[in-house]
Design a protein. Structure first.
Length: 538
């Protein structure tokens, strides 16, 4: 068969399309594998190596990377260098160090090498010298002190959890009640209600007394948390005294079995998805960012679906087709190509300053000049992304409405149904799978956008979640954390780039997972509706 006849059959174009699809899937799969290995591998407790250098010094840490060293100008043969995470940021200038393998005289894996994950200053690598309780030495020597540390650590960590519960729970609630009483007192003073003012002042005095009592208990717990301390020795011989309450996790990687390392691995994974961040977001967890991302996507979906569906319904079912409708469709399609930062600027000007400022002046005038809705928040960020994704929903809904057979409409009208009944009971249910397809595409794009959020409500660290136990429970005016912005902040704004790199991969993997879960949920609902209406057609 000649080449021309083969081309006319169209088979080469099918092969090219299939090859391009296969290559795209391979690239996407390779990217996901790279992200997953870099992210999940970081949480595995690697062994601690102690290397002795030719200059007589010793370095202790975990090997994080190995690469060819830059060629020397004197023409010496090219070798390799290793990157050690040496931690001890409070004792030495940097917690990562590159070491040329040619400078390593010997290396070993001491079984008594200890890794302590701390609330501040990152990991500590070294050995345990002694454990103290007040002025009394409880245990001394590596083994006895390590056993005493493990015995006393749970109680010390319990003190830390109680302190955080008082700070964020009890004291936080008291401060919230005091602020609400202050606002009420301001309004009563302006009205001249002396009786109400005295009652609120008495309430404030009682709250302040509760605050002092809670602060006293907090001070007692803080003093108790400083009683039990551990004396540590770093590789260079420097000593460090550390309260046990400041230790998040303590283990000896070189002495752990596979089962023990698996337990540590799972505990670190759980901390990553359930705890708050620490150390400039480079350590700890990212639960506030997960919560903020999911909540923002849900609010965005609730806002964009009715608006997009109603717009598509009018354009397809009610508007008279002509030049004006074609112009509107062109404008909607062009909106999909507008840079996202432009939507962010519009959201800042319209939603935050105009709408939010108007709400503050009408309903929250007692709080001015401090803004309530007149500043960035999760509501304005969600509405901005709703505008960003509404062209996707409009186009997908129009296509779904156009795919509904004309006979269904005519049959409904012939049986005496009104136009509204036909649209609501026949057209919309049959088009629902296609509408959900548009929602899936909108969710996927909205969850990954960062630029509009940076000027409409997202922050590096949010002290309070948008949802809590205070009325009205859902606080749409609050700022929030977002996984996409967290990746940008940790990857490009962190003062410790090497320590932030694993967190970037881990957060990226989690963002992809969240998007996949949200999309799969919408896909399952769409498929069920499709089967339902396909069966109803017969």
């Amino acid at each position: 068969m000649s080449l021309r006849r083969i081309v006319k059959t169209g088979d080469p174009f099918i092969w090219l399309t299939g090859g391009a699809l296969g290559a795209s899937l391979l690239m996407i799969g390779g990217l996901l594998v790279l992200i997953a290995t870099q992210a999940l591998g970081f949480f595995w407790p690697a062994d601690i190596v102690q290397v002795r250098l030719t200059d007589g010094s010793a370095v202790l840490g975990q090997v994080r990377d190995r690469e060819p060293r830059p060629p020397a100008p004197d023409g010496s043969p090219q070798g390799y260098r290793i990157q050690l995470q040496v931690g001890n940021r409070d004792l030495y200038p940097a917690d990562f160090r590159w070491i040329d393998e040619s400078q390593i005289q010997s290396s070993d894996y001491p079984p008594d090498a200890v890794l302590l994950e701390r609330q501040e200053w990152g990991n500590f690598y070294g050995s345990v010298k002694e454990v103290r309780s007040g002025d009394t030495v409880v245990a001394t020597g590596p083994e006895a002190a390590w056993a005493a540390l493990l015995e006393r650590l749970p109680a010390a960590q319990s003190l830390g959890r109680r302190m955080r519960a008082i700070e964020r729970g009890e004291i936080g609630n008291i401060n919230y009640d005091i602020e609400q009483a202050r606002l009420k007192l301001k309004g009563l003073t302006e009205k001249g209600d002396d009786t109400g003012v005295r009652a609120v002042e008495a309430r404030v005095a009682a709250l302040e007394q509760q605050y002092h009592e809670a602060q006293s208990r907090l001070d007692e717990l803080a003093a108790a948390s400083r009683v039990d301390r551990v004396v540590l020795v770093a590789a260079g011989g420097k000593e460090k005294e550390l309260p046990l309450a400041h230790i998040v996790r303590a283990y000896r990687p070189n002495a752990l079995s596979i089962l023990g390392k698996t337990r540590v691995y799972l505990s670190k994974l759980w901390e990553f998805v359930s705890a708050d961040p620490r150390e400039s977001n480079t350590e700890g967890g990212i639960f506030p960012a997960i919560f903020g991302t999911v909540m923002m996507v849900l609010i965005m979906s609730v806002a964009v679906v009715p608006f997009g569906v109603l717009a598509a319904l009018y354009l397809r079912e009610y508007a008279r087709q002509g030049a004006l409708v074609r112009t509107v469709r062109i404008a909607v399609n062009n909106l999909a190509g507008v840079p996202s930062i432009v939507f962010g600027v519009f959201g800042l000007g319209f939603f935050v300053y105009f709408v939010g400022g108007s709400i503050d002046s009408l309903f929250f005038s007692d709080r001015l000049p401090a803004p309530t809705f007149g500043t960035g928040g999760i509501l304005w960020a969600s509405l901005t992304l709703a505008l960003l994704t509404v062209p996707v929903v409009v186009v997908a809904t129009e296509e779904a409405l156009a795919a509904v057979p004309k006979e269904n409409r005519e049959g409904s009208l012939a049986l005496g149904a009104t136009k509204f009944e036909t649209v609501s009971r026949v057209v919309l249910p049959n088009a629902m799978p296609g509408i959900l397809t548009g929602l899936i595409l909108a969710m996927a794009r909205g969850a990954g956008e960062v630029a509009p959020l940076m000027i409409t409500g997202v922050v590096k660290l949010a002290p309070n979640l948008p949802f809590d136990g205070h009325w009205p429970f859902l606080h749409l005016d609050r700022k929030f954390m977002h996984l996409g912005f967290h990746i940008y902040d940790v990857g490009f704004q962190s003062p410790n780039v090497e320590a932030a790199k694993p967190m970037v991969f881990a957060t990226t993997l989690l963002l992809v997972t969240v998007i996949i879960v949200l999309n799969l949920t919408a896909i399952v609902i769409r498929n069920r509706l499709r089967r339902r209406f396909t069966g109803a057609a017969f």
